[in-house]
Design a binder for this molecule. Structure first.
Ligand code: ZN
Ligand code: ZN
Length: 365
């Protein structure tokens, strides 16, 4: 990939948000103010989180388990990102993991032919073009049978038109309820609805385009997935996408310390787990990560095996010591009991002897 490809790619992703920031500055106190900006931010985090936490990590990869009401809430707020109904999204994304960057992947940027033209065509296809070509074509019976079996999720899936209306209408209603003017309601719809959907869409699509083209890799995986640090906060951690392809069921896409801190969805999972709202959170041990590192795979695997063997040995020793301690304790107790019995017998004998010899009554009185 040439520098020109990378630069074009960067511009395509960075320009719309930059234009948006400029728009906010120029229109401050005319078409946008603190209220509408707050609605934009909250609706962004909620609906993008509905995609990352709900659609992606829960429904697609089953990285954790949760209650039926939580599943419903996550499916609904995910739907309000307007990236398609939940079962369609999950089926497409599971197909992406099945055929990553090969024929059959709904949105790989690497299948549009060689050269610069192929790269541009591929990036366009991965970012948006696939929405006009291959979206929704993954067979749901094959890729999402678990969700088809869930009546609540099926109902939420069918109600997608309702979530579209709410997604655009609610920000307007909230702005109207707070500011009390029709202008505020309109700005709520524009910024908290349309602009927010535009931003969430482009960030999600960048995972499909940029994060399969442009960034760093370290694991031994046979696809073109990449980690892209500068997209991490905006994508709520999803741009640690190479990590995700290496360990798809991991609840955490950020694996090293710096990555974990810039994986807001992962941080949210920790919080929800602490609150008892989700459970059976899938984690990838440092040993499994080390074993999958590119290049050093076999060495690291040996080290990991050695470490595992030492750990097993230590555990066996500990068990042995514990058994020893328990049996000594048991032995000491039985010895003490025998001594006590012995002493009691002695005392009894002494008493009998004493009565027999006309001494004091051993029973008292
Ligand atoms: Zn991917
Ligand atoms: Zn995935």
């Amino acid at each position: 990939m040439t520098r020109v490809h990378k630069f074009t790619n960067l511009l395509g992703v960075a320009l719309p948000p930059a234009a948006l920031v400029l728009g906010i500055v120029l229109l401050w106190h005319r078409a946008i103010g603190p209220l509408v900006l707050a609605i934009l931010l909250v609706s962004y985090v909620l609906t993008a989180g509905g995609i990352t936490l709900g659609y992606h990590r829960l429904f697609t990869h089953r990285s954790f388990q949760t209650s039926a009401p939580m599943r419903a809430v996550l499916a609904i707020i995910g739907s309000m990102a307007l990236e398609g109904s939940v079962i369609t999204w999950v089926a497409d994304h599971r197909k992406h993991h099945t055929f990553t960057d090969q024929e059959g992947d709904p949105h790989s940027p690497h299948l549009a032919g060689p050269g610069f033209g192929g790269a541009i065509k591929g990036l366009w296809h991965a970012h948006m073009g696939w929405l006009f070509e291959s979206v929704g074509q993954a067979e749901q019976e094959r890729y999402a049978p678990d969700l088809l079996k869930d009546p609540t999720i099926r109902r939420i899936d069918r109600l997608f038109p309702l979530w579209i209306v709410l997604s655009l209408g609610l920000p307007g209603l909230i702005a109207f309820a707070i500011a009390g003017t029709w202008w505020a309601a309109l700005m709520g719809v524009v910024w908290g609805g349309l602009v927010r959907v535009f931003l969430v869409h482009h960030i999600t699509w960048s995972i499909n385009s940029v994060c399969h083209f442009f960034g760093n890799r370290r694991f031994d995986v046979e696809d073109e997935s990449r980690n892209v640090f500068w997209l991490a906060p905006f994508s709520l951690g999803e741009s640690w996408h190479h990590n995700h392809h290496a360990f798809p069921t991991s609840a955490f896409h950020g694996l090293r310390l710096g990555e974990r801190l810039t994986d807001p969805t992962g941080l949210m999972i920790l919080l929800l787990e602490r609150l008892g709202l989700i459970w059976n959170v899938v984690r990838v041990s440092p040993e499994r990560q080390a074993a999958k590192l590119a290049g050093a795979a076999s060495t690291v695997r040996t080290v990991a095996t050695d470490a595992a063997t030492s750990a097993k040995l230590a555990a066996a020793n500990a068990r042995h010591a514990a058994t020893g301690a328990a049996s000594s304790a048991r032995f000491a107790a039985s010895e003490a009991a025998a001594n006590a019995k012995h002493a009691a017998a002695h005392a009894g004998q002494a008493a009998i002897d004493s009565v027999a010899s006309g001494g004091a009554d051993p029973v008292g009185a």
